[in-house]
Design a protein. Structure first.
Length: 192
């Protein structure tokens, strides 16, 4: 049973689940829409601090203030349960941050949020979407690859240099490297 509480990084464990049991995911009735109010931005700011301990994100050699970026939010009733912030750069959109409350993970909230950014990218005529994660975040790597993203680059020690130390990550792994992924949005790229 998932209680929704945050775990300390020493106690986070990953488990392998066979395909016949991995489809037993919770279902939630939620809506997704663009950030529309200051209250939603304030909630994003709170979640960002809770998830990552800081409001600034370094990705693809750029610094972003997460709560100031365009974003989509997922809500159940009037409660925000997840968000995705993104930025437009040249021919692509970067997913800068994706956060879903623990008790709503595994219920397609993150997938729907990323799909909204993909629709946005296509409507703007972007050729690809980019996202990065840290070397310790194996669940994020699996999630993005399931959605069609492919690892294209590893930037050694970028995160460690930002923090001027090795932080302890998921499962006790040192957080140090930025792993960059891309998803092509043209017909030729999406059929690869």
């Amino acid at each position: 049973m998932v209680c929704g509480s945050m775990l300390c990084l020493d106690h986070v464990k990953l488990k392998t689940v066979c395909p016949s049991h991995s489809n037993n995911r919770p279902e939630f009735a939620f809506t997704v829409g663009k950030v529309a109010t200051d209250d939603e931005r304030s909630t994003i700011r709170e979640l960002v601090r809770e998830f990552w301990g800081e409001e600034e994100q370094l990705t693809f050699d750029r610094r972003f203030e997460l709560a100031e970026l365009p974003a989509y939010v997922a809500k159940i009733d009037n409660d925000l349960v997840g968000f995705v912030s993104f930025a437009e750069i040249s021919d692509f959109l970067i997913i800068v941050a994706l956060g879903v409350l623990p008790s709503y993970q595994g219920g397609s909230v993150g997938t729907k949020l990323v799909e909204e950014v993909e629709k946005e990218a296509k409507s703007q005529g972007k050729k690809e979407m980019l996202v990065s994660t840290s070397n310790d975040d194996l669940p994020a790597l699996a999630f993005y690859q399931r959605l069609g993203f492919q690892i294209v680059e590893v930037k050694p020690n970028v995160i460690a240099q930002k923090h001027e130390t090795f932080l302890q990550g998921i499962g006790g792994l040192p957080i140090r490297d930025e792993i960059r992924l891309r998803k092509g949005l043209s017909e030729a790229c999406s059929s690869l």
